[in-house]
Write a protein that binds this ligand. Structure first.
Ligand code: ADP
Ligand code: MG
Length: 660
């Protein structure tokens, strides 16, 4: 006989959906750990191989093995295409071995065997494998997950990640920023109030430096900076180029990574050299030297060489050096000096390389570094020493997944004291008069957050207002990314009378909801900015750099646009008043006003058509002059109005004369 059974709430797993490797982790009885697959492996390469016969795609290590043989059917680094549309993917980004369809405003697709796959469908294949591995390891069905994303991921990219989870049969309970997850894994929530932490994450193909602050048991991301085209792969490539050079010098076959080839011999040579390059690199993280041997590169040529850690460091140093600028920029965005940091944590497989630890330690002036030099011996001195502590306690390639699992446990009701706070990587705002960007949530605002402003019309009898939602740091609306647009209708009224409140709310998943409300009638619209098609994407870094690069021009455009609005208002008001009181003006004064008007118009005419910018100082001066000239006219108009009003109310006699 069936008896009702008690089903506890299903477990929530934490998933690090990485560019190079993905992992799934769980908290069991208070302890987080990464789950292994049936082969005992905890890292799943984020690689998907699509077979000819349409059978279930192969994911992970097996797919990675066929990557060289089946380059057009094997998809790697799909994370780079998540939530992106054709026209914001750069040509160098589509230089992958598989076929990327990146056209117009449509989402990016991958074409294999004549079928188009969206990036979220391909990510879903990776997630399906992680889900199946977790179910096998735990012996129960898994249907809920926390998934991590880079801190700079925009709404479209976060939404695509949520959809990938749904396609894999997972309810995504929360999207968490990778650095925040890493800090959780390190247990840094137990540091003292206001501790500041730098998270240095160097993976296979991406680098991020994020700065977090601990406040009331929650993490805030103060700043984030990085490079989406920099990582361990670059080190592998440098080793491979070096080895290829040595092979050629020794009289062996020649090949180069920078030339595309379809020649099978060349391909297999390149594949062998690349594979050996990564494995040598990994071995040299713990060994002082490695004897590389590549037997039978041709039927008559075998190659061997001894590679020392010193040689590897010589090849890798310039690559690691490139991360330094991003560290500095992140610090300056957070308005911090390195010695104000409490800890620096290392995340990403590539940080296992001792050189990375040394260089990072040196740049941040970490105490562990001084300690190694023997400067410090006593515990007390250690604590008094200036500079952050380099914390390397957690496996760097597992930290993010472990943190995701901890966040999952918090959501499931465990570890109640923790909460997560993240920041907006770029400013969010709306377009206003003259094509200006009006920020509502500045860059690096802690989320979840809600903020708003009131707007009005610039033209009489406007019936609606266009709410054009923008993301970016530029002063001109058109230079920012358009997240979407919608209209809010209201009753026609003279310009400046309608009041529309616009409110931006970012929820805990980093998704933006925009509310516009006509204050008079209470009519409102709420739009969630989730359409992947309408969301442009570029690197945050590029946006910030461009905003610095164009700061001068942008500022001039803003000043001009604002001066122009005042000038046009003044012109219109003056003409109107002049026409109304024309009879009261003597010829001399009329000419003065006309000169003033002409002065303003002359400056306006000098606007450069291409840049829509003129000389803001000259325009302000001309407008001020006109203002000054029309003082008397304005006073006269005011008197007339007052008089008419009082007369209407019967306060004054019908005609005014000297008091009797
Ligand atoms: P991602 O976050 O991009 O998915 P990971 O954090 O898994 O990537 O890092 C992958 C990179 O780390 C690869 O370039 C790999 O070669 C490198 N890596 C892994 N283990 C080591 C090691 N022991 N020493 C040096 N590099 C390593
Ligand atoms: Mg990673």
């Amino acid at each position: 006989m069936d008896v009702p059974q008690f089903h506890p709430m299903s477990k929530i797993v934490g998933i690090d959906l990485g560019t190079t490797n993905s992992l799934v982790a769980i908290v069991d009885s208070g302890i987080p750990y990464v789950l292994a697959d049936s082969e005992g492996q905890r890292l799943t390469p984020s690689v998907v191989y699509f077979q000819e016969n349409g059978a279930t795609p192969v994911v992970g290590r097996q797919a990675n093995r066929v990557r060289v043989l089946k380059p057009r059917e094997t998809v790697y680094s799909i994370k780079r295409f998540m939530g992106r549309r054709g026209n914001d993917v750069g040509t160098e980004e589509t230089q992958v071995a598989y076929s990327v369809v990146a056209e117009g405003a449509g989402p990016v697709a991958i074409e294999i065997h004549g079928r188009r796959w969206t990036p979220e469908e391909i990510s879903a294949e990776i997630l399906k494998k992680l889900k199946a591995d977790a179910e096998a390891a735990l012996g129960e069905t898994i249907s809920r997950a926390v998934i991590t994303v880079p801190a700079y991921f925009n709404d479209a990219q976060r939404n695509a990640t949520i959809r990938a989870g749904e396609l894999a049969g997972l309810k995504v309970e929360r999207i968490v920023n990778e650095p925040t997850a890493a800090a959780l894994a390190y247990g840094l929530d137990r540091l003292k109030e206001n501790s500041k932490i730098a998270v240095y994450d160097l993976g296979g193909g991406t680098f991020d430096l994020s700065i977090l602050e601990l406040s009331q048991g929650t993490f805030q991301v103060l700043a984030t900076n990085g490079n989406t085209r920099l990582g361990g792969d670059d080190v592998d490539r440098a080793i491979a180029e070096y080895l290829l050079g040595e092979i050629e010098r020794a009289g062996g076959p020649t090949a180069s990574l920078s030339h595309r080839t379809t020649d099978l011999d060349q391909l297999s040579l390149l594949a062998r050299v690349r594979e050996v390059s990564e494995s040598v690199k990994i071995q040299l993280s713990t060994e002082p030297f490695v004897d590389v041997s590549l037997p039978f590169l041709t039927s008559t040529f075998s190659f061997s060489i001894r590679l020392t850690r010193e040689k590897l460091e010589e090849l890798a140093r310039p690559i690691i050096e490139r991360t330094r600028g991003h560290c500095l920029r992140s610090l300056s965005d957070a308005k911090l000096r390195a010695d104000e940091l409490d800890q620096v944590i290392l995340v990403g497989g590539q940080t296992r390389m001792p050189l990375v630890r040394r260089m990072v330690s040196e740049w941040f002036g970490c105490v562990e570094f001084h300690e190694q030099r023997g400067d410090l011996r006593l515990g007390e001195e250690y604590h008094q020493a200036k500079g952050p502590q380099l914390n390397t306690g957690v496996h760097p390639d597992e930290a993010v997944a472990l943190g995701a699992a901890i966040q999952a446990e918090i959501l499931a009701g465990g570890f109640r004291h923790l909460l997560l706070l993240d920041v907006t990587p770029l400013s969010l705002g709306i377009e206003t008069f003259g094509g200006l960007m009006n920020p509502i949530l500045p860059r690096n605002t802690t989320i979840p957050v809600k903020a708003g402003e009131m707007f009005t019309t610039a033209v009489d009898n406007q019936r609606s207002m266009l709410i054009h939602v923008l993301q970016g740091e530029r002063e001109r609306a058109q230079d920012n990314w358009s997240l979407g647009r919608f209209e809010i209708e209201f009753e026609p009224a003279p310009k400046g009378v309608p009041r529309v409140g616009v409110q931006f709310e970012i929820d805990a998943n980093g998704i933006l909801h925009v509310l516009a409300r006509d204050i008079k009638t209470g009519h409102q619209k709420i739009v969630t900015m989730k359409s992947a098609v309408d969301v442009a994407d570029e690197e945050v870094q590029r946006m910030v750099e461009e905003s610095v690069e164009h700061a001068f021009d942008d500022l001039r455009f803003r000043q001009w646009t604002e001066a122009k609005r005042t000038a046009i208002e003044t012109l219109t008001a003056t003409r109107k008043t002049m026409a109304e009181y024309d009879a009261d003006l003597d010829a001399d004064y009329r000419q003065q006003i006309l000169d003033g008007l002409l002065g303003v118009e002359a400056v306006l005419e000098q606007e450069n058509r291409a840049t829509k910018t003129g000389d803001p100082a000259a325009l302000k001066a001309a407008t001020a002059r006109l203002d000054e000239i029309t003082q008397a006219l304005a006073a006269h108009a005011m008197d007339q109005v007052m008089e008419a009003m009082l007369r209407k109310k019967g306060v004054l006699p019908a005609s005014v004369g000297p008091t009797a």
